[in-house]
Design a protein. Structure first.
Length: 248
């Protein structure tokens, strides 16, 4: 329910976007080509058209999510037997299952470190800054560069709050323009934070595990059923995104 106490909010796009399936994007350049193109703009427009009381203004970066574990992994076969903490999200749970590991939900982000140390789980998944700031790198030394999901964030406005503030159509146009102009700044600042976090954990002994194209393909093939299970009704958009990806 939108009551209009907040005028603007930056949130994860996962609840409002349908293109966060695993291994969908080849790179961040691929993702931005999609988000800043027709598909991304259509999704922003659909936020307001859905009568949710929200207005989609711009996409922001929040990096890619990778697995971090207590052992080196370069293939789905090596994931077998591992217990991995994930969000209480059906798609993420299924992702772990298809990779041959055991998904564990119900563990809050602040409790991942202690649960790895006690052996309840063997790792989790997230972006560089979270891996660093939560201290999880001290418990799970292997950071696997599989980039399984790239979930952007979205800048939203409240129609109720803007109406209360008597924002004119002309001012709304300026707000939308200004919002888009903040995107480039946010992307640069996010990249700085990522690099800082990566450098910090590497200095503390994190072992970064890159995947070859062949190894990454094995992960992609293992989770292919997810596309029909969770993205079946959006296959036209998924195929468009994949077509754009041929350039990257």
């Amino acid at each position: 329910m939108v009551v209009g106490e907040l005028g603007f909010a930056r949130v994860s796009a996962a609840p409002v976007a349908n293109f966060v399936l695993p291994y969908l994007y080849k790179s961040k350049e691929h993702m931005w080509a999609v988000l800043n193109g027709k598909i991304g703009q259509d999704m922003l427009n659909k936020v307001q058209a859905s009568k949710s009381g929200l207005i989609g203004l711009a996409w922001y970066d929040s990096g890619s999510r990778c697995f971090y574990l207590t052992k080196k992994v370069t293939s789905p076969k090596e994931m077998a037997g591992l217990k991995i903490r994930v969000q209480d999200n059906k798609m993420f749970v299924r992702l772990i299952e298809l990779l041959g590991a055991t998904p564990v939900t119900g563990i809050g982000p602040n409790d991942i470190y202690s649960n790895i140390m006690s052996g309840v789980i063997d790792g989790a998944e997230n972006n560089w800054p979270t891996y660093h700031t939560k201290g999880d790198y001290k418990a799970a030394k292997y950071y696997i560069l599989d980039h399984h999901t790239r979930v952007p964030e979205i800048l939203l406005a409240s129609e109720t709050a803007l109406k209360k503030a008597k924002v004119s159509d002309a001012d709304m146009k300026l707000i939308k323009q200004a919002a888009k102009e903040t995107q480039e700044f946010e992307i640069k600042e996010w990249e700085k934070m990522e690099k800082k976090s990566e450098a910090a954990v590497r200095a503390e002994g994190t072992i970064v595990v890159p995947l070859t194209a062949q190894q990454l393909e094995a992960f992609q093939k293992a989770v292919e059923p997810i596309y029909k299970e969770f993205g079946g009704q959006y296959m036209n958009i998924i195929n468009e995104i994949r077509e754009i990806g041929k350039k990257y």
